[in-house]
Design a protein around this ligand. Structure first.
Ligand code: OFO
Length: 162
């Protein structure tokens, strides 16, 4: 049986993951409005990944005999200044989520919940990837600066994400 404090924090994390999905869908829609279909596609794939992250936590609470309690999801922003602004915000958001996962690990440790600590290791690895992939696009956008050609090529590259 999962301890109450751990169950509550994982429920909060489900909300945070679903907020991430909302945020990335909103970003996808921003890119659609700018006719950057590749960026929009990348963000949609990212949003789906976030739903998967939430569902993995959902399954875990159930598996441990806990109760999932869903809370309201905040509205994400709608507008950004530029593609670089969007991706810098993705990166910032992922760093924040990494902090939340780290806090969960610390809680599992202090509650001596080894199973949860072990379960969370998947998220630790995933966050390394999430931060790296957002940062890679930020760096490319910084290189591209105001080049329409560069943006077009990056958009094409991001359209290939599976
Ligand atoms: Fe779920 O990793 Fe991003 O937020």
């Amino acid at each position: 049986m999962i301890k109450q404090a751990v169950e509550k924090s994982i429920n909060d994390q489900i909300n945070a993951e679903l907020y991430s999905a909302y945020l990335y869908l909103s970003m996808s829609s921003y890119f659609e409005s700018k006719n950057l279909g590749g960026f929009a596609h990348w963000m949609t794939v990212q949003a789906k990944e976030e739903v998967n992250h939430a569902m993995k936590f959902y399954g875990y609470i159930n598996e441990r005999g806990g109760r999932v309690t869903l809370k309201a999801i905040d509205s994400p922003p709608v507008n950004w200044k530029s593609p670089l602004d969007v991706l810098e915000n993705v990166y910032k958001h992922e760093v924040k989520v990494t902090g939340l996962i780290n806090k969960l690990v610390n809680l599992a440790r202090s509650e001596k919940d080894v199973a949860t600590e072990n379960f969370l290791m998947w998220y630790i690895d995933e966050q390394v990837e999430e931060e790296a992939s957002a940062d890679a696009i930020v760096q490319k956008l910084k290189l591209i600066k105001d080049s329409a050609n560069g943006l077009f090529m990056l958009d094409h590259e991001l359209a290939q994400r599976e």
